[in-house]
Ligand binder design. Structure first.
Ligand SMILES: N[C@H](CCC[C@H](N)C(=O)O)C(=O)O
Length: 261
């Protein structure tokens, strides 16, 4: 079969996207999705997304996300932003979008060539001695480090991802260094990619909320510098935790292609 695909990247987190509204692919194609994400034997990507028809009246489409290992995964913030850009490219939406992903409903808007993606509310942030843990649609371990640019993210991230208390189910691991004011630098070891990625949207969101929750910033707008570029997270602290959370940044189509599989 010849499959048409699109390659997108959001601050260097890269994805294969397939328009699956005609249901050409079933969701249990783990081996195929892993092969398509393979950087030597396939197209190469951190993850793969299927754009599918909406399952209710309010939605414009449905998002299905798979990590590079081919397994369906939890929410992908950068992927969600790229899928909104893809839906606009197809003409499925104009500048605003409403879609359902594995963690629920999302609203998004494209403004000044940036995608604003509303993330799920966060009601709980676990504060431990040397790290924080929270779920922003995907699970995230957040730890402050010094010398981030020389930090061994792969070795240290892999150890945390596989160790207690995460073990098999794992967590994404974010290492953070404060730059100044409301600017922070982040590097992320991503579960399901099992490597460092150039940025992680749910991770950047987790870091921004963590920095506010630990008073490392009093701003409710945080700028995160990743290896793949700059992302902005805005939010409101409420009696229930954090709400009105937006992940904001670019999402670009890199190329369209066909692959025999
Ligand atoms: N690897 C993550 C999902 C993708 C998250 C990331 N690509 C993002 O932009 O949020 C996990 O298995 O929890």
């Amino acid at each position: 079969m010849t499959l048409t695909f699109y390659k997108y990247q959001g601050t260097g987190n890269d994805f294969v996207i397939i328009d699956n509204r005609e249901q050409i692919l079933s969701k249990n194609n783990t081996k195929l999705f892993a092969k398509l994400c393979d950087r030597k034997f396939g197209i190469g990507a951190d993850g793969l997304m299927l754009l599918e028809l909406p399952e209710n009246q309010e939605d414009d489409f449905t998002m299905v996300y798979f990590n590079a290992d081919g397994n369906e995964s939890s929410m992908c913030g950068n992927g969600g932003r790229c899928l909104v850009a893809f839906a606009a490219f197809l003409g499925v939406v104009k500048h605003k979008a409403t879609f359902t992903a594995i963690d629920g409903k999302h609203h998004a808007e494209i403004k000044n060539d940036l995608v604003y993606l509303q993330m799920q509310n966060v009601s709980e942030i676990e504060k431990h001695d040397s790290y924080l843990f929270l779920d922003t649609g995907s699970p995230h371990h957040v730890a402050m480090v010094e010398g981030l640019s020389d930090f061994d993210v792969f070795t240290k991230g892999r150890k945390i991802r596989n160790g207690a208390p995460y073990f098999e189910s794992g967590s994404n691991v974010n290492f953070v260094e404060k730059k100044n004011g409301n600017h922070f630098a982040v590097r992320t070891y991503e579960r399901g990619v099992e490597d460092e990625t150039l940025s992680c949207g749910t991770g950047v969101t987790a870091v921004a909320l963590s920095m506010h929750a630990t008073q490392l910033t009093d701003k409710q707008e945080v700028i995160i510098h990743t290896l793949g570029g700059e992302l902005k997270v805005t939010f409101k602290q409420t009696a229930n935790g954090y709400e009105d959370i937006y992940l904001i940044g670019p999402a670009k189509q890199v190329f369209k292609g066909e692959i025999v599989c």
